[in-house]
Design a protein around this ligand. Structure first.
Ligand code: SRM
Ligand code: SF4
Length: 568
């Protein structure tokens, strides 16, 4: 039986309601029907099945172990201790006893069964959070720089992430009717969607706000990036605007490629919503609605040419962008340990193992962070590198937090034997991700162990090399921006990429195709040897590989350019 297209499903969903209400009540299956599986994404949830159990259940002639992933909408990635406690309770009551910090600085929970979905959604909302538009063909979770050192600027940037998220939240009341029993009103199912229209966007749309000199949000991996520019007095003057970033790719299909965003100009704070509206509606109107693999904004830009797209955006916004202003990014990583902000408060960044917060033998992360939430009076800030910042701690409270950190081994990753291990990122992949071709999160610790002797051999234990692992080419760990990346091909086999930079401004290059761990280590050995011997002081691995001519740039727009005409 052929399934209807996603475009048809969206149009016929009565503003994202579909038959979800009925489907949730059907106790004969743990699954939703095909259409509702698409519709529920707009409510922040994915139907999945436990892939570890798939074969066994098939042998037993049982339906797959259906379960749901739920993603929180958290613009700027800030959570209060009360919200944290709420989430930890939800994870143990309804999910698989773990919280997962994502590369878009929010939480996912996994393993919720259909009959518990509504109660889980209600518990999330009761804890003052929601999941609206965390997935689906709409604007997704808006990223905001998590570095809280410049407190006033951070507050403004966080405010922008919130405003953008609210501005682009769909108008439909479907979420509130379905999950929170909001009473239906006359226009239920036919509400006006002034920004999105009847069929929402052709594909997901992502926004991020960065504060130089840190690019911890990987702003150039977003459909729309805003780079904060401060004036001489340190106040927010506005934003450089970048368009067309996205990581998704397919093995062997050159028409489906990752791309960094291009900086197209500068907008003042009062112009930001208009230019963002323009980007979203140009993509709504011009994006490919026939082929979902060609539907992201990057392809719209590359098909029509950046000049055409920028001109359309300016016409819709009603103003010309000013020339982009100078900015410098130092790196796209996190800084671990305690730092003092300009407001005298302290912030502790803890490196988490691929963002997974669970209690494991000798490592009670879920319990430990829950204990911190019970006493902490500041905030928790998630980073886009899947780490957490215990933020806003008065100097006098540090010792209490430190004691809880030590008691629960919360800083094991901060004390990892190699710098590469501290900053490595891996996507979820198996067993929950339906698209995974190879392990990622579960493979990372083993790969790091295998890499350690090689780093030792070349004296590179403390070399801050950026490693990212993805279980498939969709690139959820933003692997194409890493200095070393493994991208899953098949169980135990990866494509090896090298040569990205540490500022998130230059993509890496495929170096070995479809290789196993021994082959990956063999390929890296001579590169690391030459890097150790020939690097300049402070030269990073990816930059060295290019200087030494050991890698070339791949054949798609791979590094950030300021003049859009250059990107054509
Ligand atoms: Fe992603 C799909 C997990 C960030 C590109 N992503 C998926 C799904 C929902 C699989 C699916 O469609 O069935 C994964 C769920 C796995 C699971 O079991 O939890 C998934 N993506 C994730 C997360 C949890 C990875 C992580 O380990 O942190 C991240 C959640 C972010 C969030 O909180 O919103 C996540 N995904 C990203 C990023 C990084 C980013 O946005 O900065 C990208 C690359 C940027 C981009 O969008 O191009 C990304 N995910 C994709 C794609 C490829 C999109 C494309 O245009 O080709 C897919 C597949 C798709 O959409 O068809 C995908
Ligand atoms: Fe799944 Fe692939 Fe994304 Fe990893 S990169 S979470 S395997 S879709």
């Amino acid at each position: 039986m052929s399934h209807p297209s996603v475009e048809k499903i969206k149009l016929e969903s009565r503003r994202l309601r579909g038959t979800l209400a009925e489907g949730l009540l059907d106790a004969s299956t743990g699954s939703l029907n095909f259409e509702d599986q698409r519709t529920i994404k707009f409510h922040g949830s994915y139907q999945q099945d436990d892939r570890d159990l798939r074969d066994e259940r098939r042998r037993q002639k049982l339906e797959p172990a259906h379960q749901f992933m739920i993603r929180i909408r958290a613009p700027g990635g800030v959570f209060t201790p009360q919200q944290w406690l709420g989430l930890a309770a939800i994870a143990t009551t309804y999910a698989n006893h773990s919280l997962r910090v994502t590369t878009r600085q929010t939480f996912q929970i996994h393993g919720v069964v259909k009959r518990d979905l509504k109660a889980t959604m209600q518990a999330i909302n009761a804890a003052a959070m929601d999941t609206v538009s965390a997935c689906g063909d709409v604007n997704r979770n808006v990223l905001g720089a998590s570095n809280p050192l410049q407190s006033a600027l951070h507050a403004q940037v966080h405010d922008w992430a919130q405003r953008l998220s609210l501005h682009f939240k769909p108008a439909t009341r479907a979420y509130y009717e379905l999950w929170l029993d909001e009473e239906k009103v006359a226009e239920s199912g036919v509400e006006a969607e002034p920004i999105y229209g009847d069929a929402y966007l052709p594909r997901k749309f992502k926004m991020a706000v960065a504060v130089p000199p840190y690019n911890d949000v990987d702003v150039f991996a977003n459909d729309l990036g805003l780079i904060a520019i401060v004036d001489e007095a340190g106040a927010l003057a506005g934003f450089n605007v970048a368009i067309g970033g996205s990581m998704g790719a397919s093995h062997g299909i050159k028409e489906h490629y990752p791309r960094v965003g291009n900086v197209i100009g500068f907008a003042t704070p009062t112009q930001v919503l208009a230019i963002a509206d323009a980007a979203v509606t140009v993509q709504r109107d011009l994006g490919d609605r026939e082929d979902r693999k060609q539907a992201r904004f990057k392809y719209t830009i590359d098909k029509h040419g950046p000049e055409t797209i920028v001109a359309m955006m300016e016409e819709r916004a009603g103003f010309r962008l000013q020339p982009a202003r100078p900015y410098t990014f130092e790196h796209n990583g996190d800084r671990f340990g305690w730092v003092e902000g300009d407001d005298g408060l302290w912030h502790l960044t803890l490196s988490l193992p691929s963002g997974r917060i669970a209690d494991t033998p000798g490592r009670p992360l879920l319990t430990g962070l829950r204990e911190i939430a019970k006493v902490h009076r500041g905030e928790f800030r998630m980073t886009c590198n899947q780490n957490v910042i215990v933020a806003g701690v008065p100097a006098g409270e540090r010792a209490r937090i430190d004691a809880l950190v030590a008691q629960h081994a919360l800083d094991l990753e901060n004390r990892a034997p190699t710098a590469i291990a501290r900053s490595a990122v891996a996507c979820v992949a198996l067993p929950t991700c339906a698209l995974a071709m190879a392990e990622a999160e579960r493979y990372l610790p083993g790969f790091l162990d295998a890499l350690e002797p090689l780093l030792d051999k070349h004296g590179l234990r403390e070399a801050p090399i950026l490693l990212r692992v993805s279980g498939c080419p969709n690139g959820c760990s933003r692997p194409y921006l890493a200095e070393i990346a493994l991208v899953g091909r098949a169980p135990g086999r990866y494509n090896l990429f090298v040569g990205g930079d540490h500022r998130g401004m230059r993509m890496n290059t495929l170096y070995r195709d479809n290789v196993t761990e021994p082959q990956i280590l063999d390929a890296l050995d001579p590169l690391l040897a030459r890097y150790a011997a020939e690097r300049e002081p402070d030269e990073r691995f990816g930059d060295y590989l290019h200087r030494a001519g050991l890698v070339e740039l791949p054949p798609y727009p791979t590094h950030v350019r300021v003049d859009p005409a250059e990107a054509a």
